[in-house]
Design a protein. Structure first.
Length: 94
């Protein structure tokens, strides 16, 4: 078996995915935060939640943690955030 080279820049289908509509104000909204399980991710998520409540009037913050930082979030987790939150923040921690 010879050497196999894989070019990650070859790209995908090139299809454009439209952005979700943006909220004009976070006051009274529910924000979902997905902690990516990297170092200090939980600390950063909690600090973000506190700041969102204090400075932007967010009604509720839902924080959920991915099982592994190197893998996509499970469908169930994404569906829960989509169902319960008005807006979501993903990939905190580093």
């Amino acid at each position: 078996m010879g050497t196999r080279i894989i070019d990650p820049s070859a790209g995908g289908s090139g299809a454009k995915i439209p952005l979700a509509p943006r909220l004009m104000d976070l006051r009274g909204k529910v924000v979902g935060i997905i902690d990516n399980t990297k170092e200090q991710g939980d600390v950063i998520a909690e600090a973000m939640a506190e700041g969102l409540r204090e400075h932007f009037g967010v009604a509720k913050v839902i924080i959920r943690r991915k099982p592994y930082f190197s893998k996509p979030a499970p469908t169930e987790l994404l569906e829960e955030i989509a169902r319960e939150a008005d807006v979501a923040i993903a990939a905190v921690g580093g």
